[in-house]
Design a protein around this ligand. Structure first.
Ligand code: SF4
Length: 148
């Protein structure tokens, strides 16, 4: 008996809202870069506010798919909201850590993160793209027994 089925799970890339901080803008722009450019076919994003407000359709989507959270700072707003749905993110990132490790790639402003900020976005997005490839590596076939 063939117990293999298609794994059609997407990767949800979920940035914090980050309004008011350049690192928050970096968080959102990193998510856009991945979802609209680097890994368009494998990813989606969601509105974090829908999770916060308990929207059932959004919570269901989070539970059924892989999740990668991107937070600006150690408050971890995106990660905490995913965890509040009883889901542990498959990967979670914090922009401040990347910024500390890449002092030459400093975001400038909230609206325009400047060249330094864009370089930081590219660095983080490339790292996350690799994780997405790992998560979706066994996309074609997964054992029925492994499905959640
Ligand atoms: S994680 Fe930090 S930057 Fe992002 S929304 Fe929360 S407080 Fe703002």
């Amino acid at each position: 008996m063939n117990n293999k089925v298609m794994n059609d799970k997407k990767v949800l890339v979920i940035p914090c809202s980050g309004i008011g901080k350049p690192i928050g803008t970096v968080s959102r722009e990193t998510a856009y870069k991945i979802v609209e450019n680097l890994r368009k076919e494998k990813c989606q994003t969601i509105c974090l506010a829908l999770l916060t407000s308990g929207d059932k359709e959004t919570i269901d989507k989070v539970k059924k798919n892989y999740c990668i959270t991107i937070d600006g700072c150690a408050k971890h707003c995106a990660k905490k909201n995913v965890e509040a749905c009883n889901k542990t993110p498959d990967k979670s990132y914090m922009i401040l850590k990347f910024a500390a490790a890449n002092p030459d790639k400093k975001p400038e402003g909230i609206i325009d993160i400047g060249n330094g900020g864009r370089k930081l976005v590219n660095t983080i997005a490339s790292q996350i793209a690799k994780d997405i490839d790992k998560l979706t590596k066994n996309k074609v076939e997964v054992s029925v027994n492994e499905r959640k």
